[in-house]
Design a protein around this ligand. Sequence first.
Ligand code: BGC
Length: 363
Amino acid sequence: MTTNFKVLRWLVGGAFLAATLAGCTSFPWAEKPLSEQPFAPIDAFAQNQEMGRGVAVLAGDPGWDDPAKARFEPRHFGLIHRAGFSTVRMVLNSFDHMDASYKLDPKWLARLDVMVQAALDQGLTVILDEHDYEICGKDAALCKVKLNAFWSQVAPRFRDAPNKLVFEMLNEPHEALTAELWNQQLVETLAIIRASNATRNVIIGPDNWNGIEALPKLELPDDPHIIVTVHYYHPMEFTHQGASWVPQYKQLGVSWGSDADYALLNKELDFVKAWADANKRPIFLGEFGAYENGAMADRAKWTSAVARGAEARGFSWSYWQFDHDFIVYDIDKEAWVEPILHALIPPSDRLSGSRPHMASVAM
Ligand code: BGC
């Protein structure tokens, strides 16, 4: 036993020495942590395939103001990865963390670094989603200044990060940020990102809350490193029943799952696919979810139908959201909400660790 161990140690040591002398890094023990891998450009369609299944994290987490009060901890990335997700969409409300000259708080940035590194080290794709859509929907001029200030600081900070870090320019432009203004704004903001990240993939969606019906109004520059995002919550009467922020959907007891419901869902996803094919862009279904007031069985049916429908059309997706509301994970109980998790990641995939069966998309 002792002799065998000595031989093994000699073999491993010899191989390590040989690898070092040859400048070879293909031995796993000689490799850097995933978060320190160098950036290499990746085709937007290939990246989108790799993104696969994701979940939104860190929205409004108290840890952004005081890490001691955090609900979401770096260890949750491991749980997310082991459950079968390959992507996290980090929801960033940065505008509240800027000083009068729009400089981001160094403590907030340090927290961001910790989270990005921890998620990348789990092998997850990390999307930095600037999520100050409420301010942007009210005041397009203020949005322009703050959004550009955000990317002027954050894009160079992550210029050398591995390609598994992806930027999402702005969540759900709407109202004051009309299609016309947004089409101008996105060109300006993309130029700021491109000054330090010439080929990193950037996620951009249409106006009207990234609604699918707004896709035809989206005008993108001739840049191949763009992934297009849309959000899907149809029918709102079902997914947002009783949600306080949309009082028009106060009626409870709305069900989902008839043949007509499935047919409408498929028709709408087909509309997105037709736009993607015609415009030769990969699609990231960046948000979908059904609020807690609906019956769990119907919520699970809807969630599964949207996720499988997206995958069948070659879209990557990210569920809204891990914590807070629409939850797939109960941080207070440290337990998955099993019906929602299983709707998102079928248990058979979870056990085998297999990747989602995404249809390939024309490039
Ligand atoms: C918003 C959330 C909202 C969700 C569903 C997200 O983009 O940030 O506040 O709960 O959409 O309505």
